[in-house]
Design a protein around this ligand. Sequence first.
Ligand SMILES: NC(=O)c1ccc[n+]([C@@H]2O[C@H](COP(=O)([O-])OP(=O)(O)OC[C@H]3O[C@@H](n4cnc5c(N)ncnc54)[C@H](O)[C@@H]3O)[C@@H](O)[C@H]2O)c1
Ligand SMILES: [Fe+2]
Length: 381
Amino acid sequence: MGVNRFVLNGISYHGHGAINEIPGIIKSKGFKKAFVASDPDLIKFGVTAKVTDLLDKNGIAYEIYSDIKPNPTIENVKSGVEAYKASGADFMITIGGGSSMDTGKGIGIIVNNPEYADVRSLEGVAPTKNRTVFTIAVPTTGGTGAESTINYVITDVEKKRKFVCVDPNDIPDIAVVDPDMMASMPKGLSASTGMDALTHAIEGYTTAAAWELSDCLNLEAIKLIAKNLRKAVDNDPDGREGMALAQYVTAMAYSNVGLGIAHSMAHTLGAVYDTPHGVACAMMLPIVMEFNAEATGDKFKYIAEAFGVDTSNMSQDEYRQAAIDEVRKLSVDVGIPTKLDKLKEEDLDFLCESAAADACAPGNPKPASLDQFREMFKKLM
Ligand SMILES: NC(=O)c1ccc[n+]([C@@H]2O[C@H](COP(=O)([O-])OP(=O)(O)OC[C@H]3O[C@@H](n4cnc5c(N)ncnc54)[C@H](O)[C@@H]3O)[C@@H](O)[C@H]2O)c1
Ligand SMILES: [Fe+2]
């Protein structure tokens, strides 16, 4: 085995009420003004206020930036950079799902590395020299784990594609993973973001670069999700806590080893149809598991076991099928659709080419041809 790099978020706080740590963190650092990046719905539903009320109570100045849409765009990042510069802030708090945290990552990277102001040049591995501005990330979905990853995903509206930026300089300094920030998620969002976390864990567990350190984290995340996602969708506090932890644990791992083509295809569906990321991942996951099964050694045995299946008398084919069945059952139980009405025959060429070119594709345990991508996309029709 060669040398493996592992990048982790610096300090993280976990558990109900963790956001109460935020004012103390800010005061201990001597920061003067926060730039708060959070999307409009979170502001409307009072989720952002759970944190800004604490800032108010502690006399900490802040300015809110909310020009952020789900599947955030190059423009969301560019106008955020201008807003940051005009704000006089000396650090950032990102409050939201992947979209708010990713927009914040793009803004912070460009503020400290202005040569990447066009945003597009950050695609892939961007060799930025400087760390992002000091960032406290507060996830509100359960979820992308973007508070603990070296990635962010931006949509190029003009070219109809999402691109992944990989850069250890973007990892938030502090992650505050408070399940109470996720309690306001409606059922559908809890389900889809939880299935995104499961897709991270399973793709990260079976990806080409997986190794012992990432495997133990991803396998534990699969167990936590199998145990907690249904409960989280019912807004049970223990279920929320389990999912908050699970999405963070798999993010520690997948961020370092990569994903696979469920994500390549999900990014493409997100860019072309604006399909929510978690829904797209959840729909692709069992289809991609079927395609990948033969290239996964005995890993599906451990996935099936993480779901509580007794595999002791099962053949390889049987435990592989059992793992796929458990994922499909969970997805149906939490209400994820299996068909995408928007998907059109005439879009298939573009979708396949775009998925094949996605940054996550090389990590898949086996390569997929354009025809194989087509067959998998067609299963959604
Ligand atoms: N950086 C990474 O490592 C990484 C990993 C995976 C995905 N992503 C990206 O993250 C984005 C998806 O993020 P997401 O799935 O977390 O969703 P999101 O941030 O796009 O949010 C989706 C919607 O849910 C709402 N919402 C979020 N939290 C809520 C809450 N607690 N209560 C009520 N409503 C809430 C938001 O306002 C928004 O309207 C995609 O662009 C995806 O590509 C990034
Ligand atoms: Fe994802």
